[in-house]
Design a protein around this ligand. Sequence first.
Ligand SMILES: [Zn+2]
Length: 298
Amino acid sequence: MAEEKRMLFGPEGYPIPGMVISGKYPGKTLLVTAQIHSGEYPGTAALIRLGRQLDPMVMHGTVILLPCVNMSGFVQETDAYIPEDHGNLNRDYPGEGNGTTAAIARYFIEELFPKADFVLDLHSGGIPEALTPCMFVPYRMEEELMHILEVVDIPYAVRSYNEHGEAGYAANILGIPSLLLERGYGGLCEQDWINAYMQDVLAVMGALGIVDAPVRDVCTTAYFTKAWYPESEEEGLWYPCIRENTCVRKGDILGHTEDMEGNILHTYTAECDGIVLYYRTFLHVSKGTPLAAYACTS
Ligand SMILES: [Zn+2]
C-alpha cells in the first residue's frame, strides 16, 4: 500500500526524526542515513527535501530516510561525535554498555538493518576538513556494489575495511550491501552538494528498482584498494601543503607541525603515489588527529 509516514526512530530516550515512504508496488527497502557525524550537513538537507518529493504511487519498494541520526550533536553544534558519551557512530559498532552511542548502534542492528536490503550513509568532510567527493566500499561486498558505484556521480571509490561503523558493520559483518558517500565539507551546506546528494540517492533507488533509473551523465569512478590516513604524532600547529583532489608522489611533503614558537616538530610525507581525498584545515591539531586521507595509485 502506498504510504508516507513521518515518525520518530531511535532507542528509548533518543528520538531520531525520519520518514518511511512505502511504494504502491513491492520491491526492495533502502535505508538512507545522514549526519551520523554532526556537522556534516548536505546529506541532511538532501534527505529532508527528497522526502517531500518522492511519490509512493510510482515506487516499487520502500525508502527509510533518517536525515539526522546524531540529533543531540546537531542541535548542540558539536563536531562529529555523540555529545552524551563522545561516541563515534562510524567507529563504535556494535556498541557495548549503557551509553547513548551503543544504544543507537544496537537500535540500528536490531530494528533497522533487518528491514534493509541496502544501506546508504551520507557523510561530508567534517568542520575542520576540506574534501573532494569520494565513497567507501565495504570490502566484503565489493562485487555486489560495483554496479551501484557506476550510477553514483562520485569520481573516487576506496575499499574500506571498517567493521565498526554503520555502513561497515551492516556490510562487512551482517552482509547487507552498504555504501558510505562523502560530499561537501567545512560545516557548509551548499546547494550544489544538496542537489548532487539528492541525485545520488535517486540513482541508487533506480539501481535497486525502487524508481525508474534517472537518465544522467555521471563521471567514471576510479577504484582504489588502499588509502593512507596519517595522524598527528603530537599536539601542535598543522601547516598542510596539499589540497583535496590533487596528486601526491611518494615522498612528497604533506605538511608539517610546529610548536607555538614556530619550531618544526614533525614533517609528514606521502607513503605512496596517490590522490588527496581530504585534509585537515584547522591550525591546531591534537595528538592522534587525522591529518589527511589519500588514495594510493601505486
Ligand atoms: Zn562523517
